[in-house]
Write a protein that binds this ligand. Sequence first.
Ligand code: ATP
Length: 264
Amino acid sequence: MNTIDPHIAISTKDLTIGYQNKKERISIAKDVIFSLQQGELTAIVGINGIGKSTLLRTIGRVQPKLAGEILLDGNELESYDPLALASKISVVLTEPIASKNLTVLELISLGRQPYTNWIGTLTNLDKEKIVKAINMVQIEDLQHKKCYELSDGQLQKVMIARALAQDTNIMLLDEPTSHLDLYHKVHILKLLREIAHETKKTILFTTHEIEIAIQLCDKMLIMEKERSSFGEPCELIANKSFENLFPSDTITFDSQSGSFKVKK
Ligand SMILES: Nc1ncnc2c1ncn2[C@@H]1O[C@H](COP(=O)(O)OP(=O)(O)OP(=O)(O)O)[C@@H](O)[C@H]1O
């Protein structure tokens, strides 16, 4: 048992991630403490291929870490059995779901699997959590549709509702707003922020929506090849951490407005 701040849900130390078959490995926050606090919304940003999804998948134990330590509530992530982990962490990935023949309601009900008996009987509490998740994401009108009938954006909302129904303390989401229009991107990220703050959940997501993340997130991890930066958006702006994210001959960062400008 390690001593750790009780308000930290996940923290990493000297973490190296990547794929076993690849030579290139990614070290996260070598000299930065990357920690996910209860009640906070944290975004991982960075250019294509830098390793955002790999980090998220490693923290969700979807793939193994290569070196270093990931602590969940003070214990090594690997020390949890799969069922115990499923009641602590929910993961929403970008892969297409295999069970598109299910109705939306059936798919969201699967979120309750860690808590139901072996034949999957739903208790009143399970049903309550499912209805609440559907209401939160505002997809009441979709619940009886088959998943194959949904648009990419609608399916993305359904997958978020399934994670909400799972009702874990930690939620990990890989690009949860990639198929949504601007209004729905903001709506979903505001919802995640509200959930983190009101229910004290720890929410981590990857995104390319850097400007919205700056406005809504409590913390951000900027992944870069040489050195990652982690902290509150205003600290990262003050430290000029966004300035080297993209080649400066094409895109520059305006620290006054917290937005990117295209160089003409
Ligand atoms: N299944 C895989 N096997 C081997 N290498 C992979 C696999 N998936 C991704 N990679 C490699 O791992 C590196 C990090 O990829 P990852 O998907 O984590 O990046 P990302 O920052 O999420 O990118 P994007 O913004 O494009 O989604 C890339 O070099 C990628 O080619």
